[in-house]
Design a protein around this ligand. Structure first.
Ligand code: NAD
Ligand code: ZN
Length: 379
Protein backbone atom coordinates (compact mmCIF):
# COMPACT_ATOMS: atom_id res chain seq x y z
CA UNK A 1 0.00 0.00 0.00
CA UNK A 2 1.01 3.64 -0.35
CA UNK A 3 1.89 5.49 2.83
CA UNK A 4 3.52 8.68 3.98
CA UNK A 5 7.00 7.80 5.14
CA UNK A 6 9.13 10.01 7.46
CA UNK A 7 12.77 10.21 6.34
CA UNK A 8 14.15 12.80 8.79
CA UNK A 9 13.54 16.45 9.67
CA UNK A 10 11.54 18.14 6.89
CA UNK A 11 11.88 15.09 4.68
CA UNK A 12 8.72 13.23 3.86
CA UNK A 13 8.11 10.74 1.09
CA UNK A 14 5.27 8.56 -0.06
CA UNK A 15 6.31 4.97 -0.65
CA UNK A 16 5.05 1.40 -0.65
CA UNK A 17 4.80 -0.28 2.73
CA UNK A 18 3.46 -3.72 3.72
CA UNK A 19 -0.29 -3.85 4.38
CA UNK A 20 -1.08 -3.55 8.10
CA UNK A 21 -2.31 -6.75 9.71
CA UNK A 22 -4.59 -7.68 12.58
CA UNK A 23 -2.24 -8.31 15.50
CA UNK A 24 -4.79 -8.61 18.28
CA UNK A 25 -8.42 -9.86 18.33
CA UNK A 26 -9.64 -6.31 19.08
CA UNK A 27 -7.85 -4.72 16.09
CA UNK A 28 -9.51 -3.43 12.95
CA UNK A 29 -7.98 -2.50 9.60
CA UNK A 30 -9.41 0.68 8.13
CA UNK A 31 -9.19 1.74 4.48
CA UNK A 32 -8.50 5.46 4.81
CA UNK A 33 -10.65 7.88 2.80
CA UNK A 34 -9.42 11.18 4.29
CA UNK A 35 -6.47 12.03 6.51
CA UNK A 36 -5.58 15.54 7.64
CA UNK A 37 -2.22 17.07 8.40
CA UNK A 38 -2.23 18.69 11.85
CA UNK A 39 -0.12 21.33 13.55
CA UNK A 40 0.95 18.45 15.79
CA UNK A 41 2.46 16.69 12.76
CA UNK A 42 4.70 19.72 12.29
CA UNK A 43 6.43 19.01 15.61
CA UNK A 44 7.28 15.57 14.19
CA UNK A 45 8.09 16.91 10.73
CA UNK A 46 10.54 19.41 12.20
CA UNK A 47 12.27 16.67 14.19
CA UNK A 48 11.24 18.06 17.57
CA UNK A 49 9.52 15.00 19.03
CA UNK A 50 11.89 12.52 20.69
CA UNK A 51 12.17 9.04 19.17
CA UNK A 52 10.50 9.84 15.86
CA UNK A 53 11.88 7.02 13.75
CA UNK A 54 12.65 7.05 10.06
CA UNK A 55 10.01 4.99 8.29
CA UNK A 56 7.11 6.00 10.52
CA UNK A 57 3.81 6.93 8.89
CA UNK A 58 2.21 9.98 10.51
CA UNK A 59 -1.48 10.82 10.56
CA UNK A 60 -3.80 10.86 13.59
CA UNK A 61 -6.81 12.60 11.99
CA UNK A 62 -8.46 10.12 9.66
CA UNK A 63 -11.72 8.51 8.62
CA UNK A 64 -12.30 5.46 6.47
CA UNK A 65 -14.11 2.23 5.81
CA UNK A 66 -13.64 -0.84 8.00
CA UNK A 67 -11.85 -3.40 5.83
CA UNK A 68 -11.24 -6.22 8.31
CA UNK A 69 -11.93 -6.89 11.99
CA UNK A 70 -10.37 -9.09 14.66
CA UNK A 71 -12.36 -11.93 16.23
CA UNK A 72 -13.36 -9.86 19.30
CA UNK A 73 -14.49 -6.68 17.56
CA UNK A 74 -18.23 -6.05 17.93
CA UNK A 75 -18.56 -2.23 17.89
CA UNK A 76 -17.94 -1.89 14.15
CA UNK A 77 -18.32 -4.23 11.20
CA UNK A 78 -16.71 -4.56 7.80
CA UNK A 79 -18.00 -1.84 5.49
CA UNK A 80 -18.81 0.70 8.23
CA UNK A 81 -17.72 4.28 7.59
CA UNK A 82 -15.90 5.31 10.76
CA UNK A 83 -14.15 8.28 12.27
CA UNK A 84 -11.25 7.35 14.51
CA UNK A 85 -10.22 9.52 17.52
CA UNK A 86 -6.55 10.44 17.50
CA UNK A 87 -6.06 8.94 20.97
CA UNK A 88 -5.54 5.19 21.11
CA UNK A 89 -7.38 4.13 24.26
CA UNK A 90 -8.09 0.76 25.88
CA UNK A 91 -11.32 2.01 27.45
CA UNK A 92 -10.75 -0.01 30.63
CA UNK A 93 -7.76 1.38 32.54
CA UNK A 94 -7.85 3.74 35.52
CA UNK A 95 -7.57 6.79 33.23
CA UNK A 96 -9.95 5.74 30.47
CA UNK A 97 -12.59 4.99 33.12
CA UNK A 98 -12.40 8.65 34.16
CA UNK A 99 -12.82 9.82 30.57
CA UNK A 100 -9.11 10.64 30.28
CA UNK A 101 -8.78 8.78 26.98
CA UNK A 102 -5.71 10.79 26.05
CA UNK A 103 -3.90 9.41 29.07
CA UNK A 104 -4.64 5.69 28.55
CA UNK A 105 -2.30 3.51 30.58
CA UNK A 106 -2.42 0.47 28.31
CA UNK A 107 -1.94 1.86 24.81
CA UNK A 108 1.49 3.29 25.55
CA UNK A 109 3.91 1.43 27.74
CA UNK A 110 6.49 4.23 27.62
CA UNK A 111 7.25 6.05 30.83
CA UNK A 112 5.69 9.27 29.53
CA UNK A 113 2.20 10.24 30.62
CA UNK A 114 0.66 10.47 27.17
CA UNK A 115 -1.41 7.55 25.93
CA UNK A 116 -1.02 6.02 22.48
CA UNK A 117 -1.49 8.31 19.49
CA UNK A 118 -1.64 7.25 15.83
CA UNK A 119 1.50 8.18 13.92
CA UNK A 120 3.08 10.13 16.73
CA UNK A 121 6.57 8.71 17.36
CA UNK A 122 7.59 5.95 19.75
CA UNK A 123 7.06 8.29 22.69
CA UNK A 124 3.34 7.92 21.94
CA UNK A 125 3.44 4.17 21.48
CA UNK A 126 5.05 3.78 18.05
CA UNK A 127 1.80 3.21 16.13
CA UNK A 128 1.76 3.93 12.42
CA UNK A 129 -0.79 6.57 11.44
CA UNK A 130 -3.46 7.09 8.84
CA UNK A 131 -1.67 9.12 6.15
CA UNK A 132 -1.78 5.89 4.18
CA UNK A 133 -4.17 3.74 2.22
CA UNK A 134 -4.74 1.45 5.21
CA UNK A 135 -4.13 1.66 8.95
CA UNK A 136 -4.32 -0.75 11.86
CA UNK A 137 -6.72 0.52 14.55
CA UNK A 138 -6.15 -1.11 17.97
CA UNK A 139 -8.94 -1.32 20.59
CA UNK A 140 -11.55 -1.10 17.84
CA UNK A 141 -14.36 -1.52 20.39
CA UNK A 142 -13.37 1.81 21.94
CA UNK A 143 -12.33 4.55 19.51
CA UNK A 144 -13.81 4.04 16.05
CA UNK A 145 -17.26 5.57 15.76
CA UNK A 146 -19.71 5.03 12.91
CA UNK A 147 -20.20 8.29 11.01
CA UNK A 148 -23.87 9.33 10.97
CA UNK A 149 -25.14 8.76 7.41
CA UNK A 150 -26.15 12.40 6.96
CA UNK A 151 -22.73 13.76 8.01
CA UNK A 152 -20.34 15.28 5.46
CA UNK A 153 -17.04 13.31 5.55
CA UNK A 154 -15.15 16.61 5.78
CA UNK A 155 -17.00 17.35 9.04
CA UNK A 156 -16.37 13.80 10.25
CA UNK A 157 -12.60 14.02 9.79
CA UNK A 158 -12.51 17.25 11.79
CA UNK A 159 -14.17 15.42 14.69
CA UNK A 160 -11.13 13.15 15.10
CA UNK A 161 -9.07 15.99 16.62
CA UNK A 162 -9.62 19.65 15.76
CA UNK A 163 -13.19 19.99 17.01
CA UNK A 164 -12.66 18.16 20.32
CA UNK A 165 -9.32 19.90 20.90
CA UNK A 166 -10.75 23.37 20.29
CA UNK A 167 -13.77 22.54 22.43
CA UNK A 168 -11.67 21.13 25.26
CA UNK A 169 -9.44 24.21 25.17
CA UNK A 170 -12.51 26.34 25.89
CA UNK A 171 -13.87 23.85 28.41
CA UNK A 172 -10.59 23.73 30.38
CA UNK A 173 -10.66 27.54 30.50
CA UNK A 174 -13.59 27.33 32.94
CA UNK A 175 -15.19 30.27 31.12
CA UNK A 176 -17.81 32.13 33.20
CA UNK A 177 -20.64 34.09 31.56
CA UNK A 178 -19.34 37.39 30.20
CA UNK A 179 -15.64 36.44 30.46
CA UNK A 180 -13.02 37.94 28.17
CA UNK A 181 -11.05 35.12 26.53
CA UNK A 182 -7.81 35.57 24.60
CA UNK A 183 -6.74 32.82 22.20
CA UNK A 184 -3.12 32.69 21.03
CA UNK A 185 -2.90 31.02 17.61
CA UNK A 186 -5.31 31.08 14.66
CA UNK A 187 -4.44 27.65 13.32
CA UNK A 188 -7.28 25.14 13.07
CA UNK A 189 -7.12 24.49 16.83
CA UNK A 190 -7.20 28.17 17.82
CA UNK A 191 -9.95 28.88 15.29
CA UNK A 192 -12.11 26.09 16.70
CA UNK A 193 -11.32 27.10 20.29
CA UNK A 194 -12.40 30.67 19.57
CA UNK A 195 -15.73 29.53 18.17
CA UNK A 196 -16.31 27.15 21.10
CA UNK A 197 -15.68 29.89 23.68
CA UNK A 198 -19.12 31.32 22.88
CA UNK A 199 -20.73 27.98 23.77
CA UNK A 200 -19.46 28.44 27.33
CA UNK A 201 -20.85 31.97 27.63
CA UNK A 202 -17.83 34.14 26.82
CA UNK A 203 -18.62 37.83 26.55
CA UNK A 204 -15.62 38.73 24.42
CA UNK A 205 -13.25 36.57 22.36
CA UNK A 206 -9.91 37.93 21.09
CA UNK A 207 -7.52 36.01 18.81
CA UNK A 208 -3.86 36.80 18.07
CA UNK A 209 -1.76 35.40 15.24
CA UNK A 210 0.78 36.63 12.69
CA UNK A 211 -1.00 35.61 9.46
CA UNK A 212 -3.59 38.06 8.16
CA UNK A 213 -5.42 35.39 6.16
CA UNK A 214 -5.93 33.28 9.28
CA UNK A 215 -7.01 36.28 11.33
CA UNK A 216 -9.48 37.22 8.61
CA UNK A 217 -10.83 33.67 8.58
CA UNK A 218 -11.27 33.40 12.34
CA UNK A 219 -12.85 36.85 12.53
CA UNK A 220 -15.65 35.59 10.28
CA UNK A 221 -15.81 31.98 11.46
CA UNK A 222 -15.77 32.72 15.19
CA UNK A 223 -17.16 36.25 15.17
CA UNK A 224 -14.28 37.50 17.33
CA UNK A 225 -11.82 40.38 17.58
CA UNK A 226 -8.49 39.69 15.90
CA UNK A 227 -5.03 41.25 16.17
CA UNK A 228 -1.70 40.65 14.50
CA UNK A 229 1.02 40.29 17.12
CA UNK A 230 3.68 41.22 14.57
CA UNK A 231 2.26 44.72 14.55
CA UNK A 232 2.66 45.12 18.32
CA UNK A 233 5.60 46.15 20.43
CA UNK A 234 4.42 43.91 23.22
CA UNK A 235 1.33 41.67 23.00
CA UNK A 236 1.11 41.45 26.79
CA UNK A 237 0.89 45.21 27.21
CA UNK A 238 -1.55 45.33 24.30
CA UNK A 239 -3.90 42.81 25.93
CA UNK A 240 -3.72 44.59 29.27
CA UNK A 241 -4.54 47.86 27.53
CA UNK A 242 -7.68 46.51 25.86
CA UNK A 243 -8.88 44.86 29.08
CA UNK A 244 -8.84 47.94 31.36
CA UNK A 245 -5.35 46.92 32.50
CA UNK A 246 -6.82 43.88 34.26
CA UNK A 247 -5.79 41.17 31.80
CA UNK A 248 -8.03 38.53 30.25
CA UNK A 249 -10.15 36.26 32.44
CA UNK A 250 -9.06 33.21 30.48
CA UNK A 251 -6.21 32.71 28.00
CA UNK A 252 -5.87 29.75 25.65
CA UNK A 253 -2.52 28.63 24.23
CA UNK A 254 -3.28 27.07 20.83
CA UNK A 255 0.28 27.49 19.58
CA UNK A 256 2.67 25.02 21.23
CA UNK A 257 6.38 24.49 21.04
CA UNK A 258 8.26 25.34 17.89
CA UNK A 259 5.48 27.48 16.47
CA UNK A 260 6.33 29.62 19.47
CA UNK A 261 9.95 29.43 18.39
CA UNK A 262 9.02 30.72 14.97
CA UNK A 263 7.23 33.61 16.63
CA UNK A 264 10.48 34.34 18.38
CA UNK A 265 12.21 34.59 15.02
CA UNK A 266 9.59 36.80 13.46
CA UNK A 267 9.98 39.39 16.18
CA UNK A 268 13.75 39.27 16.39
CA UNK A 269 14.89 42.83 16.76
CA UNK A 270 12.02 43.93 18.94
CA UNK A 271 14.03 44.48 22.04
CA UNK A 272 11.31 44.69 24.64
CA UNK A 273 10.16 41.12 24.02
CA UNK A 274 13.54 39.55 23.66
CA UNK A 275 14.90 41.29 26.74
CA UNK A 276 12.03 39.99 28.75
CA UNK A 277 12.75 36.53 27.39
CA UNK A 278 9.04 36.09 27.06
CA UNK A 279 8.48 35.72 23.36
CA UNK A 280 6.47 32.55 23.42
CA UNK A 281 2.74 32.17 23.36
CA UNK A 282 2.87 30.42 26.72
CA UNK A 283 4.69 33.33 28.34
CA UNK A 284 2.36 35.79 26.71
CA UNK A 285 -0.59 33.76 27.98
CA UNK A 286 0.65 33.62 31.57
CA UNK A 287 1.58 37.29 31.57
CA UNK A 288 -1.62 38.57 29.96
CA UNK A 289 -4.20 36.64 31.99
CA UNK A 290 -5.58 38.51 34.98
CA UNK A 291 -4.69 37.64 38.57
CA UNK A 292 -6.49 34.50 39.63
CA UNK A 293 -7.20 33.65 35.98
CA UNK A 294 -6.99 30.38 34.09
CA UNK A 295 -4.55 29.49 31.31
CA UNK A 296 -5.74 26.59 29.18
CA UNK A 297 -2.94 24.94 27.23
CA UNK A 298 -3.64 22.68 24.26
CA UNK A 299 -0.52 23.65 22.32
CA UNK A 300 1.84 20.67 22.28
CA UNK A 301 5.25 20.91 23.95
CA UNK A 302 8.21 18.57 24.27
CA UNK A 303 8.01 16.28 27.29
CA UNK A 304 10.77 18.10 29.13
CA UNK A 305 10.39 21.65 27.78
CA UNK A 306 10.94 24.03 30.63
CA UNK A 307 9.02 27.11 29.60
CA UNK A 308 6.75 28.12 32.46
CA UNK A 309 7.58 31.41 34.25
CA UNK A 310 6.52 29.81 37.50
CA UNK A 311 7.07 32.92 39.62
CA UNK A 312 4.40 34.77 37.68
CA UNK A 313 2.06 31.79 38.02
CA UNK A 314 2.50 31.76 41.79
CA UNK A 315 2.43 35.51 42.31
CA UNK A 316 -0.69 35.98 40.20
CA UNK A 317 -2.44 32.95 41.68
CA UNK A 318 -3.06 31.34 38.30
CA UNK A 319 -4.53 28.00 37.40
CA UNK A 320 -2.88 26.18 34.49
CA UNK A 321 -4.93 23.46 32.82
CA UNK A 322 -3.59 21.31 30.01
CA UNK A 323 -4.05 18.01 28.24
CA UNK A 324 -4.36 16.16 25.00
CA UNK A 325 -8.01 16.30 24.00
CA UNK A 326 -10.11 13.40 25.20
CA UNK A 327 -11.85 12.83 21.88
CA UNK A 328 -14.09 9.89 22.80
CA UNK A 329 -15.45 11.66 25.88
CA UNK A 330 -16.51 14.67 23.83
CA UNK A 331 -17.72 12.98 20.65
CA UNK A 332 -21.43 12.50 21.52
CA UNK A 333 -22.05 16.20 22.19
CA UNK A 334 -19.78 17.39 19.38
CA UNK A 335 -21.41 15.14 16.78
CA UNK A 336 -24.67 16.79 17.84
CA UNK A 337 -23.17 20.29 17.58
CA UNK A 338 -22.04 19.50 14.03
CA UNK A 339 -25.37 17.95 13.06
CA UNK A 340 -27.38 20.92 14.32
CA UNK A 341 -25.06 23.45 12.67
CA UNK A 342 -23.62 25.01 15.85
CA UNK A 343 -20.18 24.05 14.59
CA UNK A 344 -19.27 23.90 10.92
CA UNK A 345 -15.78 22.40 10.97
CA UNK A 346 -15.51 21.51 7.27
CA UNK A 347 -15.22 25.24 6.58
CA UNK A 348 -11.62 25.03 7.84
CA UNK A 349 -10.54 22.60 5.12
CA UNK A 350 -8.77 24.68 2.49
CA UNK A 351 -6.86 22.00 0.56
CA UNK A 352 -7.66 18.49 -0.69
CA UNK A 353 -4.45 16.84 -1.86
CA UNK A 354 -3.77 13.33 -3.19
CA UNK A 355 -1.77 11.22 -0.70
CA UNK A 356 0.95 10.88 -3.34
CA UNK A 357 1.63 14.62 -2.94
CA UNK A 358 2.07 14.49 0.84
CA UNK A 359 5.58 15.98 0.66
CA UNK A 360 4.25 19.11 -1.06
CA UNK A 361 1.35 19.25 1.38
CA UNK A 362 3.72 19.19 4.37
CA UNK A 363 5.86 21.93 2.83
CA UNK A 364 2.82 24.10 2.18
CA UNK A 365 1.22 23.62 5.60
CA UNK A 366 4.50 24.04 7.43
CA UNK A 367 5.27 27.33 5.66
CA UNK A 368 1.63 28.49 5.73
CA UNK A 369 1.64 28.97 1.96
CA UNK A 370 -1.37 29.41 -0.32
CA UNK A 371 -3.57 30.65 2.55
CA UNK A 372 -3.58 27.13 3.95
CA UNK A 373 -5.63 26.46 7.05
CA UNK A 374 -6.32 22.72 7.02
CA UNK A 375 -5.02 20.32 4.36
CA UNK A 376 -6.54 16.89 3.93
CA UNK A 377 -4.78 14.04 2.14
CA UNK A 378 -6.92 11.77 -0.01
CA UNK A 379 -5.52 8.27 -0.64
P1 NAD B 1 -0.89 25.51 13.14
O1 NAD B 1 0.57 25.35 12.97
O2 NAD B 1 -1.75 25.43 11.94
O3 NAD B 1 -1.21 26.89 13.86
C1 NAD B 1 -0.41 27.49 14.83
C2 NAD B 1 -0.63 28.99 14.71
O4 NAD B 1 0.03 29.63 15.81
C3 NAD B 1 -0.04 29.59 13.43
O5 NAD B 1 -1.06 30.25 12.71
C4 NAD B 1 1.03 30.54 13.96
O6 NAD B 1 1.16 31.71 13.16
C5 NAD B 1 0.51 30.88 15.33
N1 NAD B 1 1.51 31.39 16.26
C6 NAD B 1 2.83 31.08 16.34
N2 NAD B 1 3.38 31.72 17.38
C7 NAD B 1 2.39 32.46 17.96
C8 NAD B 1 2.34 33.33 19.08
N3 NAD B 1 3.42 33.55 19.83
N4 NAD B 1 1.16 33.92 19.39
C9 NAD B 1 0.04 33.68 18.64
N5 NAD B 1 0.04 32.85 17.57
C10 NAD B 1 1.20 32.25 17.24
O7 NAD B 1 -1.32 24.40 14.23
P2 NAD B 1 -2.74 23.83 14.76
O8 NAD B 1 -3.09 22.63 13.97
O9 NAD B 1 -3.73 24.91 14.90
O10 NAD B 1 -2.27 23.32 16.21
C11 NAD B 1 -1.93 24.28 17.19
C12 NAD B 1 -1.26 23.61 18.38
O11 NAD B 1 -2.20 22.69 18.99
C13 NAD B 1 -0.05 22.76 18.01
O12 NAD B 1 0.94 22.88 19.02
C14 NAD B 1 -0.59 21.35 18.02
O13 NAD B 1 0.41 20.40 18.27
C15 NAD B 1 -1.56 21.44 19.16
N6 NAD B 1 -2.59 20.40 19.19
C16 NAD B 1 -2.91 19.89 20.40
C17 NAD B 1 -3.87 18.94 20.53
C18 NAD B 1 -4.25 18.44 21.88
O14 NAD B 1 -4.98 17.46 21.98
N7 NAD B 1 -3.81 19.07 22.95
C19 NAD B 1 -4.53 18.47 19.39
C20 NAD B 1 -4.22 19.03 18.15
C21 NAD B 1 -3.24 20.00 18.06
ZN1 ZN C 1 -4.08 16.68 15.16
Amino acid sequence: MLAMNYRGPQRVRVSHKPMPEIKHPEDAIVRVTRSCICGSDLHLYNGNVPDTRVGMTFGHEFIGIVEEIGSEVHKVKVGDHVLVPFNIACGKCHFCRQGLYGNCHESNTQATAVGGIFGYSHTAGGYDGGQAEFVRVPYANVGPTVIPPDMDPDDAVMLTDVVPTGYQAAEMGGIQPGDTVVVFGAGPVGIMAARCCWLFGAGRVIVLDQYEYRLEFVRNYANCEVYNFKEMDDPVVFIKKITDWMGADVVIDAVGAEAAGSALQTITGRKTLLQAGSATALHWAINSVKKGGIVSIVGVYGPTDNLVPIGNVVNKGLTLRANQASVKRLLPRLIEHVQNGILNPKALITHRIPLEEAADAYRMFSSKLDNCIKPVLIP
